[in-house]
Design a protein around this ligand. Structure first.
Ligand SMILES: Cc1cc2nc3c(=O)[nH]c(=O)nc-3n(C[C@H](O)[C@H](O)[C@H](O)COP(=O)(O)OP(=O)(O)OC[C@H]3O[C@@H](n4cnc5c(N)ncnc54)[C@H](O)[C@@H]3O)c2cc1C
Length: 385
């Protein structure tokens, strides 16, 4: 067991941080507020191999684990350029295809994930199912060799930037007639597939969409892997999603803490820097402690996932996501408080992150569902729902 990151990981962090800082938070906010995307940064990061660090080497990726991809995501966020699509495209979608896709799906998609050339959204949330994925209604039925997909999804990130969406649907079990989960790759140009932007009170370059799937005809090859492995596939994708969600929050927390600390050292109103006052110093110190704890749990989750322990990774990834989200909310709030009025001035680049950190408590899995998981699986308490 080592608590020290490898030299390669440290070098990767530095390289990613240097690139992201060259763009910076002002760039991010300008793009987000104008309704644009961070394509320049994404494409450059892709060309440099940062988005493909965890894609297997045989498909042109870095061959590393989710721990390295999480480090990349964290560094982008720590520089004030939080690219939400990182949590989805290279983490969930590429991982699921690399682990469970057919040879043809791997050959077709993975080299383009390795370079960031392809972007894929991930769609599980439905208006009527919410946190209860047993109630998913998006259903695929066979029509000859094809699949016909019908359903609705909400809050799906980055669909306008994506080449395809990895849609979680259900198919009918031929023996029992019961519906079971199945994942489909749906190119965004497929007839019958429509999307509409949802207005969000969030400063984000990656927007959210409602999806409408009306008799979307897909070839047999659109089904990821085999029909019977879908549950395992889902777990393969959801753990990286949580680990990346944690690193996303942790990166933003670092960004806010750095700003809060710098301001506390330089701002003086009673003849000494405001950081002299424990009312300012202690909350920043608390954020630092909680940040390091969240980071440790994220690294543990990534190490378990990369070692193939999906079950162990599930518990740690949920805890990491929880801890990351909570510390990010606290960090941004305290950085704003430390800045006084300047905390809400656009020039200081903090108010823009209030929405982003708050989302961490809701998505990709809500705080309450994480607590349900821990209560049931870690503590053995009865299920309440
Ligand atoms: C910015 C943003 C981006 C998103 N991107 C994506 C994406 O790319 N793909 C995607 O599929 N989804 C995405 N989502 C959706 C997100 O994952 C869901 O919003 C989230 O899982 C919660 O589901 P819900 O909104 O349906 O809330 P609901 O399920 O309606 O829950 C509402 C509230 O009730 C609580 N609750 C529900 N059930 C229980 C229970 N049994 N016990 C205790 N409390 C409970 C919840 O915790 C929550 O606080 C995104 C959401 C946002 C805000």
């Amino acid at each position: 067991m080592s608590f020290v990151e490898s030299e390669e990981r440290i070098a990767l962090r530095k390289a990613v941080g240097d690139l992201a800082r060259a763009y910076g938070h002002e760039y991010y906010v300008k793009v987000a507020r104008s309704g644009g995307h961070t394509s320049d940064l994404w494409n450059e990061a892709g060309r440099l191999g940062y988005l493909g660090v965890s894609v297997p080497e045989e498909y042109g990726g870095g061959g590393a684990g989710i721990g390295d991809l999480a480090a990349v995501c964290e560094e982008f966020c720590a520089a004030g350029t939080p690219m939400l699509l990182m949590v989805v495209s290279p983490a969930i979608c590429a991982t699921v295809i690399a682990r469970y896709g057919t040879d043809e799906q791997k050959r077709s998609w993975l080299p383009r994930f390795a370079t960031g050339e392809v972007r894929m959204s991930f769609a599980i949330t439905e208006p009527d199912a919410g946190s209860n994925s047993h109630r998913l209604k998006t259903t695929a039925r066979r029509d000859g060799a094809d699949w016909i997909l019908n359903g609705r999804k909400v809050f799906i990130s980055g669909v306008d930037e994506a080449d395809a969406v990895l849609v979680v649907g259900r198919t009918e079990d031929a023996k029992t007639g019961k519906l079971k989960p199945a994942l489909f790759i749906v190119p965004t140009g497929t007839p019958g597939f429509e999307y509409k932007q949802i207005d969000m009170d969030l400063v984000s370059a990656d927007k959210q969409f409602g999806l409408f799937l009306d008799d979307v005809r897909l070839p047999a090859e659109a089904l990821v892997g085999s029909e019977d492995a879908a549950l395992a596939q889902l777990f393969a994708g959801l753990n990286p999603e949580r680990i990346m969600g944690a690193s996303f929050s942790i990166g933003i927390a670092r960004y806010a803490l750095d700003k809060g600390v710098a301001y506390a050292k330089e701002r003086s109103v009673w003849g000494a820097p405001i950081g002299t006052h424990q009312g300012i110093a202690h909350p920043l110190a608390q954020v630092k402690i909680e940040l390091e704890l969240a980071k440790l749990m994220t690294q543990k989750a990534a190490a378990l996932y990369d070692s193939g322990d999906d079950f162990g990774a599930g518990e740690a990834a949920n805890m990491a996501k929880y801890a990351g989200a909570e510390v990010a909310i606290k960090a941004v709030d305290q950085a704003i408080q430390t800045h006084g009025g300047n905390g809400m001035a656009s020039e200081y680049g903090l108010g823009t992150l209030l929405g982003a950190v708050r989302v961490g408590r809701i998505a990709p899995v809500s705080r309450e569902m994480v607590l349900n998981f821990v209560a049931q699986h870690s503590l053995g308490l009865p299920k309440s729902y």
